[in-house]
Design a protein around this ligand. Structure first.
Ligand code: TXA
Ligand code: MG
Length: 317
């Protein structure tokens, strides 16, 4: 895509928030922080604004987008929230959980948001700046992660500018994201089903549900389009579960190892999640030498970390 706009770098203050809200209402693209990653936001009721998200990201397909709302109460205008879905919403919103809900027929959302599906993905983010922006904007905000398609997700405003400067009207700077991984996505069909591991550990969902949750496999492209191909990719080749480092390789470490960068020397998965995308961006900026990655335990946030690492290491087209 062309880079011709002058992207405003808005600060975390009343002026920045009201400017960002005005821009969103007027159909502009505004990146904003959530506790997971930075989103690339547009007014979800405005077809043209939503279409521009795909253009700015260079997304080849109209994958459905997540709609961001300021509160649980705001959901009823757009989607049906009942039963187990409502229980999960009350337990975990605001927070890093996205629920795929039945779309309210004849509602105000652009059809591009749900890519023609009868469902819509909804999330109430916990980040205070996201909350203030959504309140001030007064419109539902569709937002994928604010990175060019197929690239590493952004956990700082600078990552957003590196990837999208000149293609979006503004970025609202809230500093680094606390969680650092995208939200956990749960579908209800009608049993709660894990569609994407993310910032809310599956164990927390299962504790709330009182039992194990179904998982939709990686091959179910229909329910999570855009989940199959190489994603979150740095330029360098990546090798996972590396117990040893080959000559010329850089090590993205975890735990007590000598590493080029260590996600968490103490083996803390929360710290590792928060560092993951930032460290991938750093390794990307520092050359093309192949990257070996230490084994990461596959529980708690480790499940989402391993999911993102597998995509980063997947064969490229
Ligand atoms: O943390 C996050 O979730 C971030 C922040 C900005 O909220 N957003 C994000 O959006 O990661 P994105 O577009 O990168 O991922 C959204 C995922 C996609 O894989 C999409 O296929 C899935 O949600 N999705 C959206 N609507 C859906 C629907 N109706 N049914 C099934 N999957 C859906
Ligand atoms: Mg993304």
């Amino acid at each position: 895509a062309e880079r011709e706009l002058k992207t405003e770098h808005l600060q975390d203050d009343a002026g920045g928030i009201s400017r960002a809200a005005d821009l969103l209402r007027s159909g502009a693209l505004v990146s904003f922080p959530t506790e997971t990653v930075y989103g690339l936001g547009a007014n979800a009721t405005d077809d043209r604004a939503v279409a521009r998200i795909f253009e700015a990201k260079g997304r080849p397909h109209f994958n459905p987008l997540i709609v961001h709302l300021p509160s649980v109460d705001a959901v009823a205008e757009y989607a049906e929230l009942s039963g187990v879905a409502r229980d999960l919403a009350l337990a975990f919103w605001p927070g890093p959980l996205t629920l795929v809900l039945p779309l309210k027929p004849d509602g105000p959302l652009s059809a591009l948001v749900s890519a023609g599906l009868p469902t819509v993905a909804i999330r109430v983010p916990a980040h205070p700046l996201a909350q203030q922006l959504l309140e001030a904007a007064g419109v539902p905000v569709a937002a994928p992660s604010a990175n060019p398609s197929g690239r590493i997700s952004p956990s700082t405003a600078q990552h957003v500018l590196d990837g999208l400067s000149g293609r979006i009207e503004a970025v609202l700077d809230g500093g680094p994201c606390g969680v650092g991984l995208e939200s956990t996505i749960v579908g209800l069909d009608p049993e709660p089903t894990l569609l994407r591991p993310g910032g809310l550990p599956v164990e927390a969902l299962e504790a709330a549900l009182g039992g194990p949750m179904a998982t939709r496999g990686q091959d179910a492209a229909i329910n999570a389009p855009g989940q199959l191909t190489s994603h979150y990719a740095p330029n360098a080749r990546m090798r996972l579960n590396a117990d040893t480092v080959a000559p010329g390789e850089r090590l993205l470490g975890f735990g007590a190892v000598e590493a080029t960068l260590n996600l968490s020397p103490s083996g803390d998965l929360v710290e590792a999640a928060a560092n993951l995308f930032g460290y991938l961006h750093k390794l990307d900026a520092d050359g093309e030498a192949p990257i070996a990655v230490s084994p990461i335990p596959d529980h708690g946030l480790g499940r989402a970390i391993n999911d993102r690492l597998r995509r980063a290491a997947a064969p490229r087209d």
